[in-house]
Structures are given as C-alpha cells and as structure tokens.
Design a protein around this ligand. Structure first.
Ligand code: NAD
Ligand code: TYD
Length: 339
C-alpha cells in the first residue's frame, strides 16, 4: 500500500461537485496531507463548497486556469499527487459551445501533463468518465472496450483520457485514468438531472424530461466515487491502468424522477416531457470488476437511501442552491428549456 498520508495533493476543479468532496475526504483521511485546489471558478465552481476549510493550514486555494502554464507549473512542481477534476462537464452546454470543452478538457489536461512530466510528479490521476465509451446497448463496457464518444463533452473527455495515457506509454509517467458513472449527492450543480429535478420539485416547478425518459444511466453516490479514488491512490503498481468505477445501479430518467417525487411527496404531474437532447446517448453501462479485484474497493451507499438523503440535503440547504440558480443560471435555463 502506498503511503500517501503526508502527500501534497494538487486538486484541479476542487471547487466543483466531485472535486470538493474529494478535497474534504482527503483531509479527513490523511490528517497530515496538504491539499492545494486550483480552480478557475467558472459558473460551476463554488467557493461555498470549500467554506469549511477556511483557516485550515493544510489547505490552500488558487484561482486559475489549468490552461495557464505559468500558474500550473509551480503548483505541479510543489505537489506529489495531481488529481485532475477540472473540466467543462455538462453535455447540454457542450452542444452549444464545444470550444470551451476542447480547451479545458483536452488542452488543459495537456498543460497539466507537461508540467507533471517536467516536475517528475509521483502520481497523476486523470478523472475521465464512463461517457467516453459512448452509448452501450449490449454488455457493460470493460476498460478494453473501444472509446466511441458521441457528443463534444464525451469526445473531449476521451481526448484528455487518451492523452493522459500517452504520457505513461511514451514517457513512462505514473498516470492512472478513472472512468466513473453518473454521480449524485450534495453540492452538485443544479444543471444536472438529480439536483435540477429536486430543486424544481421543491419549488413545484416542472421537471423537464428529455424525450421519453427511458435513457439509462448507472448511478453512484459521490462519496463512493471518492472512496474508489482513494483506494486507487493507496494501491501500488497501478500506473498506466484505466479503471471503471460503477454504482451497479442502472436506472432510467423516469425511475430517478419518480424516486425524487416520492421522497418529496410531490405529484407525478410535475413531469414535463420536452424535446430530446440531440445525440442523446441511450445507455451507459460499465463493468468495474477490474477495480474491485485490484483494490478491494466496494461502494458503501445503497441507491435508495443515498437518493433519499441527497434529496433531504437539497431540501435543507436551500441557501446553497438558490444562490447557484439565481442570475446567469436563470438565463441559461430559460434559453435552454424555454420553460
Ligand atoms: P463540476 O462542473 O461540478 O466542476 C468542475 C470544476 O472545474 C468547477 O469548479 C470549475 O470551476 C472547474 N474548472 C472548469 N474549467 C476549469 C479550468 N479551465 N481551469 C481550472 N478549473 C476549471 O464537475 P463535476 O461533476 O464535479 O466533475 C468533476 C470531474 O469528474 C470532471 O472531470 C468530470 O468530467 C468527471 N466526471 C463527472 C461525473 C459526474 O457524474 N458528475 C461522472 C464521471 C466523471
Ligand atoms: P445529466 O445529469 O446531464 O448527465 P449525463 O447526460 O452526462 O449522463 O443527465 C442524466 C440523464 O438525465 C440523461 O439521460 C439526460 C437526462 N436529463 C433530462 O431528461 N432532463 C434534464 O433536464 C437533464 C439535465 C437531464
């Protein structure tokens, strides 16, 4: 087992949803570790997600872009482990503005990898996604399955994923790539399915289901995603590997919607079927037996209680999401959904 208890982590995108959970969990698990977050604070970055760490001497926040070599180089140079969460992450936004996805998710990964090569960083985790396999209509994809992304988000992530691997194959860099399925949990940006529908339902506003609502995703609690990343970081000998991280919990959009409405005691007539997303992948499904075999990791949060607890978090943290949903989000929402 690798001793990372005193490691210096550089966490990019740490003010976002998954990155902030990773930061909190890292400092909880390894009291002597240090964490620096590098985050551009795009519309998706939120310092409220890191507010509890204010004044913690083990933690530092730097506002900056992973595409900015001058900012990245010294920060990577001072770190033992780089974990790259920073990305443009929303498929719907990628359809309207692919350029920012290519820039951050591909070019940004390149800038970080170059800095890590120069600094001889001892571990580099590239946070990829199960969406790089494209839609899966047959058996769940294992890590050897072809990458067949079908939208500018998943295609850009596939670029970052393979670029990271190329730094292992070409330069022998200690790179690991992870491909997780759909996360849910507290502090997720309300542009994504679960928090959008929970917060709309709390306000008795319509829940815009794309097309038939039969599209399938595998859902995992964000804390299980983070514990899988730590299991990987703590295991020796994984350089050059890719790992799927799954919840083994496949649900359609309508099933998720029903679960949310039931947890809140809200009526089904809030569901509004709207025009389908262009190129909407029908199903994602991944096989994570390699991860379980090589690290012993298992998820700890059953979906039903995890979703209920998540719904309650949004009910009890209205201040958090009302701020995020105000201002520019309203413009995005009106333009995108016309509701
Ligand atoms: P998020 O949108 O909540 O957060 C992204 C963060 O990255 C934000 O804080 C944003 O400010 C920051 N960022 C964006 N561009 C940046 C740049 N150029 N430089 C520095 N910071 C920048 O995203 P998330 O849901 O937490 O996802 C985190 C990572 O996990 C992403 O790489 C995503 O592709 C991957 N992932 C997400 C899921 C999911 O279900 N959400 C599943 C699998 C993989
Ligand atoms: P999303 O949270 O955007 O994640 P991804 O598309 O990256 O998997 O969407 C999850 C599923 O929910 C996907 O099938 C699209 C669907 N969806 C809706 O039906 N309506 C919505 O308003 C959103 C945001 C998503």
């Amino acid at each position: 087992m690798a001793d990372v208890s005193r490691a210096r982590f550089l966490v990019t995108g740490g003010a976002g949803f998954i990155g902030s959970h990773f930061v909190h969990d890292t400092l909880r698990r390894y009291p002597e570790a240090r964490v620096t977050v590098l985050d551009k604070l795009t519309y998706a970055g939120n310092l409220d997600n890191l507010a509890e760490l204010k004044g913690d001497s083990r933690f530092a926040f730097v506002r900056g872009d992973i595409c900015d070599r001058e900012i990245v180089r010294p920060l990577v140079g001072e770190s033992d482990i780089v974990v790259n969460f920073a990305a443009e992450t929303h498929v719907d936004r990628a359809i309207g503005d692919p350029g920012s996805f290519v820039q951050t998710d591909v070019y940004g990964a390149y800038i970080l990898l170059e800095a890590a090569r120069e600094a001889k960083t001892s571990r580099f985790l590239q946070i990829s996604t199960d969406e790089v396999y494209g839609e899966i209509l047959g058996d769940a994809a294992n890590e050897e399955a072809p990458l067949l992304p079908r939208n500018p988000y998943s295609a850009s992530k596939a670029g970052g994923d393979r670029l990271a691997y190329s730094y292992h194959a070409t330069y022998g860099m200690p790179v690991i790539v992870t491909r997780c399925s759909n996360n849910y949990g507290p502090r997720q940006h309300p542009e994504k399915l679960v928090p959008l529908f929970v917060t709309n339902a709390l306000d008795d506003a319509p829940l815009p289901v794309y097309g038939t609502g039969t599209n399938l995703r595998d859902w995992i609690h964000v804390r299980d995603h983070v514990s899988a990343l730590h299991a990987i970081i703590e295991t020796d000998g994984l350089d050059g590997h890719a790992f799927n991280i799954a919840g083994r919990n496949e649900k359609s959009v309508l099933e998720i919607t029903g679960g949310i409405l039931d947890a809140l005691g809200k009526p089904r007539d809030l569901v509004r079927h709207v025009k389908d997303r262009p190129g909407h992948d029908r199903r994602y499904a991944i096989d994570d037996s390699k991860l379980r075999r090589m690290t012993g990791w298992k998820p700890a949060h059953p979906f039903e209680s995890g979703l209920r607890e998540t719904v309650l978090w949004y009910r009890e943290n209205r201040d958090w999401w009302e701020k995020v949903k105000s201002g520019v989000f309203q413009d995005y929402y009106r333009k995108h959904y016309g509701l």
